[in-house]
Write a protein that binds this ligand. Structure first.
Ligand SMILES: O=C(O)C1=C[C@@H](OP(=O)(O)O)[C@@H](O)[C@H](O)C1
Ligand SMILES: C=C(OP(=O)(O)O)C(=O)O
Length: 434
């Protein structure tokens, strides 16, 4: 599907979709449990990949009409699946499920789409091998397809922290049901650190104790997963909130702004977007207790933003920077190159087609912003949900129409994204022929 956006102003109320990160963890934690109910779960292409994996491990995921998931777990140790596990486009699924697979008493094969088969899995495979499982890439290049044979022993393991925090999450979640537990020693500084905080929070909510240590993280073995009262509720997603928030800041209607609901504080590092938009000069009011954010259009100015903790915000910040006056410098961004696409280059090149000048370095992206230079263009979504959504934002304020090719991939994290834009008053056309 291609989507063509006509420049539009936005006004109205947007409900935050449920958090993708919390939903993945809750579905897998429920899988490790005997049974659990997960309320307010995100049902997207990525979270469905995790649900499929839980089912292949012997669990059952039943989705009620209101979206509640009733999950029968595999109760600690996964069965050896009757088929290959296809993780689709989801890095979180592949990492978390690879470590779970190492608990099975047999061999598990994992694969994914072309993008996922180009993302780095090597450090996790090495860590699992150090913990006595057999784990390798069929091509010997640290990328999927992956073959994992358990069972995983506990123990101590060293792993780099600057490729993906999902390796740490995966080891902590699986480590809780090993006999000995797992102690993780970080060989480098940890990037995307708030995602491990999310993991510690979800583990605690499922009655599993894991902790930070001097050199990294640790989890004791022999623990069982069980949420209090058998239920777990997923909070709103701040990476997804970044899009309506940025839309309100750059294209808010003069009279009415945008209100976002479901924005309660949680461990998500991406809630930093509220502060970033405010620093750029937008009028933002976050009522943390009510979980509402009100934003209206204001002239924006370039700022410097360190995305070590918040890689998924880079595309949104790049578009904000394109609209702002002056330079927006996004630093500590090397790990943003290991996502569904190399998002540093993708944003530089696609915004470039809209007339935006950028300077790209290995670890940073500088956007030389000025609204007057944003021109409508045909841009490539690169099969990456966050690139598509960030380019749609740019289309709101460009001069002329913007066509985003391959826009259907928003279903990875925000299936209702274009419907929401329409509700906020955006004029857009979908071309399903493509
Ligand atoms: O654990 C998670 O839920 C995630 C961790 C981050 O990845 P990395 O840790 O690979 O940077 C983030 O980019 C991804 O969207 C979700
Ligand atoms: C990188 C992302 O997710 P994942 O790593 O799960 O593919 C994302 O949602 O931006």
């Amino acid at each position: 599907m291609n989507v063509t956006i006509t420049p539009s102003s936005v006004a109205g109320t947007a409900r935050a979709p449920p958090s993708k990160s919390y939903t993945h963890r809750a579905i897998l934690a429920a899988g490790y449990a005997d049974e659990a109910t997960v309320r307010d779960a995100l049902w997207s292409a990525d979270t469905q990949a995790t649900a499929r994996a839980v089912e292949l491990f012997g669990g059952d995921v039943d989705r009620a009409e209101d979206g509640t998931l009733e999950i029968d777990g595999f109760d600690g140790r996964p069965d050896v699946p009757a088929d290959v596990i296809d993780c689709g486009n989801s890095g979180t699924t592949m990492r978390l499920v690879t470590a779970a697979a190492a608990l099975a008493d047999g061999t598990v094969v994992l694969t994914g789409d072309e993008s996922l088969r180009s993302r780095p899995q090597g450090p996790l495979l090495e860590a699992l091998s150090d913990l006595e499982a057999e784990a390798y890439s069929t091509r010997g290049n640290g990328q999927a397809p992956l073959v994992v044979t358990g069972p995983l022993a506990g123990g101590e393991v060293a792993i780099p922290g600057d490729v993906s925090s999902q390796y740490i999450t995966a080891l902590l979640m699986a480590g809780a049901v090993t006999d000995e537990g797992i102690a993780i020693d970080l060989e480098t500084d940890l990037k995307s650190a708030p995602y491990v905080d999310i993991t510690l929070e979800v583990l605690a909510d499922f009655g599993v104790e894991a902790r930070k240590t001097e050199g990294g993280f640790a989890v004791d073995g022999g623990q069982s997963y069980a949420p209090a009262d058998g239920e777990y509720a997923v909070p709103g997603d701040f990476s997804s909130i970044s899009y309506p928030l940025a839309a309100g800041a750059i294209a808010g209607d003069e009279g009415d702004g945008v209100r976002i609901e479901g924005a309660h504080p949680s461990a998500q590092g991406d809630s930093a977007i509220v502060d970033i938009v405010e620093r750029m000069g937008a009028a933002v009011d976050w009522d943390r207790e009510a979980g509402t954010i009100d934003v209206s259009k204001s002239p924006l100015e370039g700022v410097e933003v360190d995305v070590a903790d918040t890689p998924d915000l880079l595309p949104t910040i790049a578009t904000l920077g394109a609209v702002a006056d002056g330079d927006t410098r996004i630093t500590n961004a090397e790990h943003v190159r290991y996502k569904e696409t190399d998002r540093v280059s993708a944003m530089a090149e696609e915004l470039g087609k809209m007339g935006v000048e950028t300077t790209e370095e290995r670890d940073s992206l500088t956007i030389h912003g000025s609204q007057s230079t944003l021109e409508g263009a045909t841009v490539r979504g690169r099969a990456d949900h966050r690139i598509i959504m960030a380019l749609a934002l740019a289309g709101l304020v460009a001069d002329g129409e913007t066509t985003i090719e391959g826009a259907d991939h928003v279903d990875v994290s925000f299936p209702g994204f274009f419907g929401l834009l329409e509700e906020l008053g955006v004029s857009l056309e979908r071309d399903d022929e493509q």
